[in-house]
Ligand binder design. Structure first.
Ligand code: NAD
Length: 361
């Protein structure tokens, strides 16, 4: 029987309990998964002097596939995001985030099936920043001043690089995804009216690549209009391709449309490596409470099973998740209608219910 070596990063906050629940469900498919468990984040700082020890990256390079729980990033100061570092280090240039309505989810909308293709390495997430009051910040402000760009001397500066090659790669990914998954429309999201040389370049490349896929409809939206239209008529949208920052914001918005972060899975994909993780963060307030919804991580596991070619197992997990949501009995607080949260079950009970469904369906 075929077996797969998978790097497993439990993460912190709610990560470890979601990971345990997800492992149980994925193992119940019968697919032989050998977990290579490694840790990253604040909890390993003391031991390794870094939140992302080299052996974690090596494990993913070796196994080529990883499943990861969320990892906390300090706000404002402290170490930079481990999540962003992993994507950059491993050249995981595409963040794929499907947002799909499941019947029974308490939300105002139904029949939504949007896939967000987010550029994962450039834009304001490139990590090129100049802190107020530092010598490099002063040098940059002076240099830009000489070129006629006036910046107040007490400014913090973050740089937004968007390249032609990076844009071409992500837009092509979006169109290939659309073609392979029989999707009809790709919408490019931008603010090219204001940022003419970064978002403008992204849009120009998107228009160019679109000509190679005449069977797929192409259109674009300015990001502010996009958010309004997503709320007004989400069913219209199919595949969205976005630069990094807009992709991040829009994927949380779309998660909200389909019932919340508890049902929003994701994948970070490169040419040969793949790391699967939910869209949500570490929700520290629910840490250790057996309260958070494990479905987003389980559905990330579904994406992982599809990636390794275990399509039947992937369908079995997704069908069981959908059936448990539809029944509405064994779901966490976020999937209970207003006023019924006290009837919610915990993380581990959701896993029990899904495994039970898999055995029956
Ligand atoms: P969050 O996603 O952790 O939480 C936002 C809201 O959604 C909270 O109300 C939370 O309780 C709820 N929520 C999240 N996941 C849920 C789940 N599975 N079930 C039920 N409810 C859920 O976002 P945040 O509070 O902005 O971030 C917390 C930390 O996570 C930060 O340090 C942030 O940097 C980090 N983060 C990590 C990742 C990642 O690891 N890829 C992604 C996003 C945020």
């Amino acid at each position: 029987m075929k077996s797969y070596n998978i790097t497993l990063i439990p993460g912190d906050g709610i990560g470890p309990e979601l990971t345990t629940a997800t492992r149980r469900v994925l193992e119940a498919t019968g697919v032989k998964l050998n977990w290579d468990i490694v840790h990253a984040g604040t909890d390993v700082m003391a031991e390794y002097g870094t939140p992302l020890p080299p052996h974690v990256v090596e494990s993913i390079r070796r196994n080529k596939v990883a499943l990861k729980g969320p990892i906390t990033t300090p706000i404002g100061s402290g170490f930079r995001s481990v999540n962003v570092a992993l994507r950059k280090e491993l050249e995981l240039y595409c963040c794929l985030r499907p947002c799909k309505s499941y019947v029974g989810t308490p939300t105002l909308y139904n029949n939504i099936d949007i896939v967000i293709v987010r550029e994962n390495m450039e834009d304001l997430y490139a990590g090129i920043e100049f802190e107020k009051g530092t010598p490099n910040n002063a040098r940059l402000i002076s240099f830009l001043g000489e070129m006629g760009a006036k910046i107040k001397p007490d400014s913090g500066i973050s740089i937004k690089p968007i390249s032609e090659s990076g844009s071409r790669r992500i837009v092509r990914f979006a169109f290939e995804y659309a073609r392979n998954h029989k999707r009809k429309r790709v919408t490019a999201v931008h603010k090219a009216n204001i940022m003419k040389f970064s978002d403008g370049l992204f849009l120009a490349v998107a228009r160019d690549v679109a000509r190679e896929y005449p069977e797929i409809e192409f259109e674009d939206r300015i990001v502010d209009n996009m958010t309004m239209q997503l709320v007004k008529k989400p069913q219209f949208f199919d595949v969205l391709v976005c630069p990094n920052l807009y992709g991040d914001i829009i994927s949380d918005l779309c998660a909200g449309l389909v019932g919340g972060l508890g049902v929003a899975p994701g994948a970070n994909l490169g040419d040969t490596l793949a790391l699967f993780e939910p869209t949500h963060g570490s929700a520290p307030k629910y840490k250790g409470m057996n309260k958070a919804n494990p479905m987003a991580m389980m559905l990330s596991g579904v994406l992982m099973l599809k990636w390794i070619g275990e399509t039947a197992a992937a369908e079995s997990v997704e069908n069981a998740v959908a059936a448990v949501i539809a029944e509405g009995k064994n779901v966490t607080y976020d999937l209970k209608p207003e006023g019924q949260q006290d009837r919610a079950v915990g993380t581990s009970q959701v896993a029990d219910a899904i495994i039970d469904k898999m055995n029956r369906l």
